[in-house]
Design a protein around this ligand. Structure first.
Ligand SMILES: *[C@@H]1O[C@H](CO)[C@@H](O)[C@H](O)[C@H]1NC(C)=O
Ligand SMILES: *[C@@H]1O[C@H](CO)[C@@H](O)[C@H](O)[C@H]1NC(C)=O
Length: 355
């Protein structure tokens, strides 16, 4: 073969490979996916929440905690510091209350992401764990919630080299938790590159004051994390694999993979109904529309419920969808008393009737 023929073949082979790569990236990010609207009755937007409600978690008596104002590279942002709200779902007014932050806390750089609540069984104290990204760094804040006065008391900040790109956490003790890292690299340029490299390099870390260790890895952007009501299983959203993974929690806090459930969507946070054990997921329809935000072609929203996840026949139901004209970029969904509360990365929060 002549030199030219070899070069032509090499170029052709490279183009095929490159084309395949682009196709693989498109598939991972579901960049061609569109959905129609599947709405629910009596939806109302929560008052005063316009710049995100990325994570929401409800404690037993219908009190929801909401993290708002996340700044994340590529997403629109108000420029204001992040906020934590509570919402009493038993109150028909559905008015979120902005919690007063402690004076000894750097509020200017507060950038809250995933949250988790732990109630101390010995004295009923409610602790709020918050993933915080000041200057796009990564650390965990533990607060004590003071209902009387609607405020937070700062207990401590946790930083650790294994907690380098935390997305979400689930608290399992007064000072211990599982956390997901959504990137492998720390550098912002390499982080962006990771989105197209598509390597399954992210992990789940267990943290306690005595021990910090990686307990599960091999995720394509590990995202939301939560626990079954009996505290035996951990659920991890593997967003770019379009799946949610079930892991069994062992006595030494390690995790054993049980199964991976394909969902066909980009699911973000996982909430668990304490009564039924059902999983509720706020999902993204198409990550291109989310990351390359265009108000004329907004990212949509999708809520998925999984029933009987541990059985041989789990039931996956698409409960709500919107093309982005009502609600953009849903990242979390949770239920209480027949109501569905949906949060978003940088938009509003919606509360609907389930029937
Ligand atoms: C595309 O994805 C398939 C299936 O995951 C994989 O086997 C293949 O190597 C990938 N190709 C490229 C060029 O990344
Ligand atoms: C990714 O999804 C596939 C298809 O659902 C599944 O077989 C695989 O176990 C998943 N991988 C991980 C690491 O979750």
């Amino acid at each position: 073969m002549g030199k030219f023929a070899i070069i032509s073949i090499a170029i052709a082979a490279l183009s095929v490979l490159l084309g395949e790569r682009v196709l693989n990236i498109s598939k991972r990010h579901l960049i061609f996916r569109e959905v129609g609207n599947k709405h629910l009755p009596n939806c109302v937007a929560l008052k005063n929440i316009e710049h995100g409600s990325e994570d929401i978690t409800i404690v037993g008596d219908g009190l929801a905690f909401i993290s708002g104002g996340l700044k994340f590279p590529g997403f629109p942002s108000s420029g204001e510091p992040g906020k934590i709200y509570t919402l009493d779902l038993k109150d028909p007014n559905l008015k979120p209350v902005e919690l007063r932050m402690p004076r000894n806390f750097d509020l200017e750089s507060f950038n809250p992401h995933g949250i988790s609540v732990y109630t101390d069984p010995s004295d009923g104290t409610v602790y709020l764990f918050v993933v915080n990204h000041p200057q796009f760094g990564s650390q965990i804040e533990i607060f004590k919630y003071v209902a009387d006065g609607s405020s937070l008391v700062h207990i401590k900040t946790i930083k650790h080299e294994l907690l380098h790109s935390v997305n979400d956490i689930v608290a399992v003790g007064v000072e211990s938790f599982y956390a997901t890292n959504d990137h492998y690299f720390n550098n912002n340029l390499l982080k962006t590159l990771e989105i197209v490299l598509l390597m399954p390099w992210t992990n789940v870390v267990f943290y306690s004051p005595k021990e910090v260790k990686v307990v599960s890895d091999g995720y394509h952007f590990a995202n939301g994390i939560n626990m079954s009501p009996d505290q035996r299983y951990i659920y991890v959203a593997n967003i770019l694999n379009h799946s949610v993974n079930v892991l069994e929690k062992k006595k030494d806090n390690t995790l054993t993979p049980i199964k991976s459930m394909p969902l066909g969507s980009l699911c973000d946070n996982v909430e668990v109904d304490p009564e039924t054990g059902d999983l509720w997921l706020g999902c993204h329809i198409n990550s291109k529309k989310l990351f390359l935000f265009d108000p004329k072609d907004p990212p949509g929203s999708e809520v998925i419920r999984i029933q009987n996840i541990l059985s041989d026949e789990p039931v996956v139901t698409q409960v709500y969808t919107d093309d982005g004209n009502v609600l953009m970029g849903s990242s979390v969904a949770t239920v209480y008393g027949g109501k569905l509360l949906i949060g978003t990365v940088f938009h509003k929060a919606l509360c609907c009737d389930l029937k």
